[in-house]
Design a protein around this ligand. Structure first.
Ligand code: NDP
Length: 532
């Protein structure tokens, strides 16, 4: 199969009926309607899955190099359309165009580069070493695609968090049905446009637009794997649907990411990073700083620096040359308001921000909270907004203990100028990723696996693991097949002493015993073999 002549793929939004149900999208910047979008019902989802299934054998059997070449066309598509895509994503989410470009679009060629190099190695058949007791046999591991993968994406990075898992799945030979979030349907259309422009064969990527009911329909459809990014609550439903079949399911869920500031940190850098790490994407990132734990001796100075920096952030829509946009989703803004208000009532101090801005749109200012206690919602639950709660800790030990006591374990960071200590603390944090003296970067490093522990999720994507997540593992054992018998096959008589010899050799690490026992088994087999 060659993909030299791109044919249009069927990627696109569709309801199954001539007049599908519609939902309305409102601008997070102005509140004005941005249009109506169709909701794919279960019939439409099933039809998309059927098309993806029909496309699967052809795509699976397309040589990896050809698949990679086809996906690599994405580089040119982005070069030509980045400006248009970034503006549309910004209008849909409210984020600055800078963030739409850097965090949604620019990461894609970075990951493509990495996978162009790594995929042929990671997906190649690999020989494993075989113990002497199994002399004459060889073991191999290879991988084959899961089949049709259902991918359900969230609204906070609606391009990146859809495109990267889809690409990872396609590299391995899977076909995909993608469900973007109803909160960001324009970005969903951008994603569909991107894949359409790759000219993949029809059915290789299907995009089904809609709401939660469309996502639920996809979890019940005839897919071979589910890959979900979103909230813990929906993640549970997706996992339950996967368990019914049962099919593999990967969950990329939320976090309550810690940011541990040691007494010897470069405080200026740590304060800059805390501000960026909590306010980037208006705090709507699973890798956002959700709890800064600052050692007592530097706490007050840190707060002073952070407050000053937070107050300099310019808030506004994508057309206002701002640093931080509005929130994207009205429901999430309500969560932010609830967390801040209940913390305030329970005794937290609001040093800046803390109240929705008096203008149209979903604007909430950069907010700094201190005097946070473990019984507050904002301490335990994911806030997913522009709020930095700071917790004063006695020392690093207390910070590690509190960090590990969380329900979540997605990303953490440690701030110290002693890099050995930083690595020691990183090793002790029960978390999918940890950075020393950095924020945000680890999720953008294509070689590093990403995912969480506990309620933060199951499975990994990015890195080698991110390709293998979409693959079934196959173990292959090869015997040269020359002998008419195998030393351990029937008959058993006269073999027990030699079997003990082999066992003692293996368990006691005595090579001579293994060889003697093995030769004994072999002789008994030759003597007892009825073909001799
Ligand atoms: P949701 O769980 O609400 O939605 C995620 C996706 O699931 C959306 O496409 C949604 O559709 C869909 N969905 C809704 N109901 C169902 C259902 N019953 N069955 C199947 N799919 C369904 O999460 P959010 O979109 O609100 O995303 C924010 C959350 O995602 C945060 O908690 C955040 O931490 C987490 N997240 C995790 C990341 C990670 O990599 N670990 C990255 C980014 C976010 P619709 O929107 O149309 O209702």
């Amino acid at each position: 199969m060659t993909l030299a002549d791109p044919t249009p793929s069927t990627a696109g939004f569709a309801g199954s009926t001539a007049s599908p149900r519609l939902f309305e999208k409102h601008s997070p910047v102005t509140g004005a309607s941005l249009g109506q979008f169709p909701i794919a019902d279960s019939e439409a989802v099933d039809a998309a899955v059927a098309r993806a299934r029909a496309a699967f054998p052809g795509w699976r059997d397309t040589p990896l190099a050809v698949r990679l070449e086809a996906l690599n066309r994405g580089r040119q598509v982005l070069l030509e359309h980045a400006d248009d895509y970034a503006r549309k994503i910004a209008a849909d989410t409210g984020k600055p165009i800078f963030e739409a470009l850097m965090f949604e679009i620019a990461v894609v060629p970075l990951f493509l580069d990495h996978y162009l190099k790594r995929a042929p190695k990671v997906l190649a058949r690999r020989k494993v070493s075989t113990p002497l007791a199994m002399a004459g046999k060889s073991g191999y591991i290879e991988h084959f695609p899961r089949g049709v993968v259902g991918i359900i994406a969230p609204w906070n990075f609606p391009f990146q968090l859809a495109v990267l898992p889809v690409i990872s799945a396609l590299i391995g030979g899977n076909t995909v049905v993608l469900k973007p979030s109803e909160v960001t349907p324009i970005a969903g259309e951008v994603v569909a446009d991107f894949f359409r422009r790759l000219g993949l064969p029809p059915g290789v990527v299907e995009v089904v637009g809609g709401d939660g009911s469309t996502g639920a329909a996809l979890t019940r459809a005839n897919v071979d794997m589910l890959f979900f990014t979103g909230s813990v609550a929906t993640g549970r439903k997706v996992a339950a649907a996967a368990a019914e079949r049962p099919i593999p399911c990967e969950l990329e869920l939320g976090g309550k990411d810690v940011f541990i500031v040691c007494a010897d940190a470069n405080l200026e850098r740590a304060a800059e990073a805390a501000v960026y790490g909590s306010m980037g994407n208006c705090g709507q990132a699973c890798v956002s700083v959700e709890r800064a734990m600052v050692v007592d001796s530097v706490h007050d100075r840190f707060i002073e620096l952070v407050k000053r920096k937070l107050e300099k952030i310019k808030v506004g829509g994508p057309d206002e040359n701002a640093d931080m946009g509005p929130m994207t989703f009205a429901k999430q803004l309500q969560t932010v308001e609830r967390h801040v208000e209940s913390a305030r009532q329970a005794g937290a101090k609001v040093l800046t921000g803390g109240q929705r801005l008096a203008r149209a749109g979903l604007f909430y200012p950069p907010t700094l909270l201190t005097d946070i206690r473990p019984d507050m919602d904002i301490y335990r639950e994911e806030t997913f907004g522009p709020v930095l709660p700071v917790i004063r800790v006695r020392d690093e030990e207390e910070a590690i203990r509190l960090a590990n006591a969380s329900e979540f374990g997605l990303v953490g960071s440690v701030w110290t100028q002693d890099l050995e200590k930083g690595l020691r603390i990183a090793s002790r944090l029960e978390s999918g990723q940890v950075m020393v003296n950095d924020v945000y970067s680890s999720v953008g490093h294509p070689g590093l696996p990403f995912g969480g522990v506990r309620s933060s999720g199951i499975g990994r994507y990015h890195g080698d693991e991110g390709l293998l997540s979409f693959m079934n593992v196959k173990a292959i054992l090869v015997d040269r097949g020359k002998a008419d018998y195998d030393p351990i096959w029937y008959p058993y008589n006269n073999k027990l002493a030699s079997a003990f010899e082999v066992f003692r050799g293996v368990a006691g690490k005595k090579l001579g015993s293994v060889i003697r026992g093995f030769l004994g088994l072999r002789k008994a087999s030759i003597d007892g073999h009825d073909g001799k």
